[in-house]
Design a binder for this molecule. Structure first.
Ligand SMILES: N[C@@H](CCC(=O)N[C@@H](CS)C(=O)NCC(=O)O)C(=O)O
Length: 218
C-alpha cells in the first residue's frame, strides 16, 4: 500500500483529528509539514494541490482531499475494511456520527476556537455571551456521554476524534471542568488511546509556550 501524503501543521486541531483517525486505522502516512504561521500553505505549489490553502489536505495517489471531517470519512471508507465501527455502515448509526460531525463543524469546534482559544491567544477576557456558549457546549458533551463510553455509544467513532480536539480547549479554559464529570471521564478514555499523546503533544507544547510568551507577543 502506497503511503497517503498528509499536508499538516502539527498543533492544528483539524490536522490532529485526521492523525488520530490514521493512527486508529494504521494507515501509513507520508507527513508533509507546512508551517502555517510562516505562510508555507500559501505557496504556489501547495495552492495547486489545495486552492483553499488549508491543512489538513491528503493526496492518496492521484486523489486529493481536504476538510478534516471529509478526510476522516474517506480514510475509514478506504482503509477501514468492510464495516468499521469508527464510521459504521448502518444508516442510523452513521447518521448519528454525521450529526455530531456537523455539530462539531458548525458549533462545537467554532465555540472552542472563538470563545476559549482566541481570548487566550489575544489575552482578552471572554464576553458573557462567549462564556455562556462554552458552558453550553461542554454541558452538551457531558449529557451526551452520561451513560456511554463514547459520544454515540460504546464504540469509538470519528465523531469522538473530531470533538475531542475542540474539547482539549479545557486545558486552557479558566472555568470549572469538575462541572462536567461525564465529559471528563470520556476525555480521559480518549487520552488513554496509545496514539493520543503522540498526536496531541504539539498542541499542549504550543499552549505552554504561549502562556510563557511576553505580553508584547500576544
Ligand atoms: N474546516 C477545515 C478547517 C481547516 C483550517 O482552517 N485549517 C487551518 C489550520 S487549523 C488552516 O489551514 N489555516 C490556514 C489559513 O486559513 O490560512 C477542516 O476541518 O479541515
Amino acid at each position: 500500500m502506497a503511503n497517503v501524503e498528509l499536508y499538516y501543521f502539527s498543533p492544528s486541531g483539524p490536522c490532529r483529528s485526521v492523525l488520530l483517525t490514521a493512527k486508529a486505522l494504521s494507515v501509513p502516512l507520508e507527513l508533509k509539514h507546512l508551517h502555517i504561521w510562516n505562510k508555507e500553505h500559501l505557496s504556489p505549489e501547495f495552492t495547486k494541490i489545495n486552492p483553499d490553502q488549508t491543512v489538513p489536505t491528503i493526496k492518496d495517489g492521484e486523489f486529493t482531499l481536504w476538510e478534516s471531517r471529509a478526510i476522516m470519512r474517506y480514510l475509514v471508507g478506504k482503509y477501514g475494511g468492510e464495516d468499521n465501527s469508527l464510521y459504521p455502515r448502518d444508516l442510523k448509526k452513521r447518521a448519528e456520527v454525521d450529526r455530531l460531525l456537523d455539530y462539531d463543524l458548525g458549533v462545537f469546534y467554532r465555540t472552542m476556537l472563538e470563545c476559549v482559544w482566541l481570548p487566550m491567544k489575544d489575552r482578552t477576557e471572554p464576553t458573557k455571551e462567549q462564556e455562556e456558549k462554552v458552558v453550553k457546549a461542554f454541558t452538551r458533551i457531558d449529557t451526551l456521554v452520561k451513560d456511554k463510553k463514547f459520544l454515540t455509544g460504546n464504540n469509538l467513532t470519528i465523531a469522538d476524534f473530531a470533538i475531542v480536539i475542540g474539547f482539549a480547549a479545557e486545558y486552557i479554559y479558566p472555568g470549572d471542568m469538575s462541572k462536567y464529570p461525564n465529559a471528563m471521564a470520556w476525555y480521559k478514555r480518549i487520552q488513554e488511546l496509545p496514539y493520543y499523546k503522540e498526536v496531541n503533544q504539539s498542541y499542549y507544547d504550543l499552549v505552554e509556550s504561549m502562556k510563557k510568551r511576553p505580553a508584547e507577543q500576544s
